[in-house]
Design a protein around this ligand. Structure first.
Ligand SMILES: [Zn+2]
Length: 573
C-alpha cells in the first residue's frame, strides 16, 4: 500500500494501525522510528512513534513533546488524530519550513493507542467499554445480577430500549417521535416510558430493573499515582496505582524521557481543551505555568475552535466531583510536564448547542437541544445516526421498542465523513504546541587573545523558545529539570570526533549556567505608556580562559535536560 492510498475515512483496527505505522517507519527511516513501550494485557504492542530528524541529534537529547490517543477504549478519534499527525508531519518534512525546523530541533513521541485491547473490542463488536476488556472490579462479572448491555435484536448495535411503564419518567416528544422528553411532575394522562440500554437481564424477579455493574470497569485514566484513591472512592481506579500493564508502560515511557516538557492526551468527547490541574485549583499551581498553559491553549482554541478551559474550575465545576488518579494530573503535578487533555468531537456543539460555561438546563431547553441534534443528524447524516424506534418482542420483557443514537460513530466519535477534518485541525494544534518548547542558541562566539597563547573564549547562550529551559515551574519545584551546562570540547575538523579538550582550560571546561527563561514569563498585555521590563533571564554570557596553540579549533556545547543540545566551534586566534 502507498501512503497516498491511506484514507482517514474510517477507524483503523489494530492490524491496520500496525501496518500503517510500519509503513511510515520504513518510508521515513531518518525522521520516524517505531518502537514498543510495552505489551497490553492481551499481548498487543503499545506502539510509540518517535518523530525527529536523527541526523541533527538523538531524540532524547532534544526537547520532547508527548502525544497519545485512545487511553479510553472507545475514544478512537484520538487514535486517528495521532495517526494523522504522524502522517502529516512526515509527509511535510522538508516542505513546510516549520515542520522541518520542528523535527530538527525537537522530538515528538506519539503513542496512538494506549488501550489496544479495548479499542479492538470497541471496533469489532457491538460492545462499548472504558479501557480494557478485563473483569474488574468483580472477578466473575457474568454472575452479576441486573440488566447488562447486549445486542438483543442482532442488528450489530447496542442501542436503547424504551418500555411502556406507568411509573415512567419519559414520554414521546410531541414535536418529534424520536425524541423523549421528561414527564412533568404533575402529569397523569398519557403514555409513559422507562428507558434502558439494549440488553438482557440476569436473575430478574419481575420487579425493578436495575443495571448490572459494568463487567469491564477499569479506567486507565484513574490508575495514575497522583491523588490515586481506591475503587470505593473512584470508579475504575484499579487495584493500585499503575496496576495495569498499559498504564505502567506509559508511565515508564514518560519517566524514561526526562526531556519531555509538554503533553497532549487525546480523548473524546466534549469539544474542549482541558488544561491541568484537574484535581485542585489553578491558584495552587505556579502562576507562570498557568500562564504558559493559557497561552498555548489559546493556539489550540484558534486551530480547533474548542475553548481551552481550566479543568478543575470549569470542567469539574470546582467541586469534589473531579477525577482522581488522572494521567494529566500525574504528568503535571508529579513530573512537571505541562499537559492538556483534549476532548475532541462534540455532536451537541455541532448542532449549535452551547455547553460552556456548563450549567443545568431546563426540561424545555433539554428538549430543544435534543431536537437540534436530531435535525443535525437529518441534515448531515441523512438521518442515519439515529435508529428509529421499532417494536421488538423481548424474551424477558415482552413488548419493547429498540432504537436511539448510534453512539459509537456519532456521539462518542466523529462520524466517518467528519473524521479527517477533526484529525487535521488537531494536528495543526499539535504542530504549534510542540514548537513552544525551549530552544537553545549559541551566539556571538568570541575569542580574545590575552598573550602567551592564553585566550578568553566567550559566547552568549540564549533561549529563543517560548517555554523556559526548565519547561515548567512545577518541574523546578520537583527537581525534574537539571540546569543548563556549557562546556568546551576538542574539535577535530577532519572527522569531527569529540574527545578530551586538547587545550588547557584554566578553571572548569564544563560550567553549570543555571536555567534560562523563555518568553512565557511575560504574557501581560502590551502597555502604551509604561513598558514593563520583566525579570526574565533569556540570555546568559559564558566564558572560559584557556591556553592552547593558535589555530586550534575547539567546540562549545550547551545542553539542558529539557532544552536540548547545541554546539558551535571557535578557532583560537
Ligand atoms: Zn476519555
Amino acid at each position: 500500500m502507498e501512503p497516498a492510498e491511506i484514507k482517514f475515512d474510517h477507524y483503523f483496527t489494530f492490524d491496520e494501525m500496525e501496518s500503517f505505522l510500519k509503513l511510515m517507519a520504513s518510508r521515513y527511516p531518518d525522521i520516524a522510528q517505531l518502537s514498543s513501550a510495552g505489551k497490553s494485557g492481551e499481548g498487543r504492542d503499545i506502539w510509540v512513534v518517535t518523530l525527529t530528524d536523527r541526523r541533527t541529534g538523538d531524540p532524547d537529547e532534544k526537547p520532547g513533546t508527548y502525544i497519545d490517543g485512545n487511553f479510553h477504549a472507545g475514544e478512537v478519534t484520538g487514535s486517528m488524530i495521532n495517526l494523522y499527525a504522524i502522517k502529516y508531519i512526515l509527509e511535510n518534512y522538508g516542505k513546510e519550513e516549520r515542520i522541518t525546523k520542528l523535527l530538527q530541533h525537537n522530538a515528538l513521541y506519539v503513542i496512538p493507542r494506549v488501550s489496544p485491547d479495548g479499542a479492538e473490542v470497541y471496533l469489532t463488536t457491538p460492545e462499548t467499554l472504558r479501557s480494557a476488556p478485563r473483569p474488574y472490579p468483580f472477578p466473575n462479572p457474568d454472575e452479576l445480577e441486573g440488566l447488562y448491555p447486549a445486542d438483543v435484536d442482532g442488528d450489530g448495535h447496542i442501542l436503547m430500549m424504551r418500555v411502556k411503564d406507568d411509573t415512567g419518567e419519559w414520554k414521546v416528544s410531541p414535536k418529534d417521535p424520536r425524541a423523549m422528553v421528561r414527564r412533568a411532575p404533575d402529569e397523569e394522562e398519557g403514555t409513559f416510558y422507562r428507558v434502558y440500554v439494549e440488553g438482557f437481564l440476569r436473575e430478574h424477579d419481575g420487579g425493578a430493573i436495575k443495571n448490572a455493574p459494568s463487567k469491564w470497569g477499569l479506567d486507565f485514566n484513574r490508575n495514575f499515582p497522583y491523588g490515586w484513591v481506591p475503587e470505593v472512592e473512584q470508579a475504575g481506579a484499579g487495584e493500585f496505582p499503575l496496576s495495569e500493564p498499559e498504564t505502567r508502560a506509559v508511565a515508564e515511557f514518560v519517566v524514561n524521557h526526562p526531556n519531555i516538557s509538554l503533553a497532549l492526551t487525546y480523548h473524546t468527547t466534549g469539544g474542549v481543551i482541558l488544561r491541568v490541574p484537574g484535581a485542585h485549583s489553578s491558584k495552587q499551581s505556579p502562576r507562570q505555568d498557568i500562564q504558559s498553559l493559557i497561552a498555548i491553549g489559546e493556539m489550540g482554541a484558534e486551530e480547533t475552535g474548542y475553548p481551552c478551559v481550566p479543568c478543575y474550575e470549569e470542567f469539574y465545576g470546582g467541586g469534589d466531583g473531579f477525577s482522581r488518579g488522572a494521567f494529566d494530573d500525574w504528568l503535571f503535578d508529579h513530573r512537571g510536564i505541562l499537559a492538556y487533555t483534549v476532548e475532541t468531537w462534540n455532536l451537541a456543539q455541532r448542532s449549535g448547542i452551547h455547553q460552556f460555561p456548563a450549567r443545568e438546563k431546563s426540561v424545555q431547553e433539554q428538549e430543544e437541544d435534543y431536537l437540534k441534534m436530531l435535525a443535525w443528524n437529518d441534515r448531515e447524516l441523512a438521518g442515519r445516526g439515529f435508529e428509529n424506534w421499532r417494536p421488538f418482542d423481548h424474551p424477558q420483557l415482552g413488548e419493547v421498542e429498540i432504537g436511539g443514537w448510534h453512539v459509537k460513530y456519532v456521539i462518542q466519535n466523529a462520524p466517518h465523513r467528519f473524521l479527517e477534518a477533526e484529525c487535521h485541525k488537531n494536528t495543526m494544534f499539535i504542530i504549534r504546541a510542540a514548537a513552544t518548547l525551549p530552544r537553545l542558541v549559541i551566539d556571538d562566539v568570541d575569542c580574545r587573545a590575552l598573550g602567551d597563547n592564553v585566550y578568553e573564549v566567550s559566547a552568549l547562550v540564549k533561549n529563543v523558545g517560548f517555554l523556559p529551559t526548565y519547561g515548567s515551574h512545577r518541574a523546578l519545584e520537583l527537581n525534574k529539570a537539571r540546569p543548563v551546562t556549557a562546556e568546551l570540547y576538542a574539535y577535530n575538523h577532519e572527522n569531527q570526533a569529540q574527545g578530551a579538550v586538547d587545550v588547557e582550560v584554566i578553571g572548569k571546561a564544563k560550567q553549570e549556567i543555571g536555567h534560562l527563561d523563555g518568553r512565557s514569563g511575560s504574557t501581560s498585555a502590551f502597555s502604551y505608556w509604561s513598558p514593563r521590563s520583566s525579570k526574565d533571564e533569556r540570555i546568559k554570557k559564558v566564558s572560559w580562559i584557556i591556553k592552547g596553540k593558535p589555530g586550534t579549533e575547539i567546540g562549545i556545547r550547551v545542553k539542558g535536560e529539557r532544552a536540548g543540545c547545541v554546539t558551535k566551534t571557535v578557532k583560537l586566534e
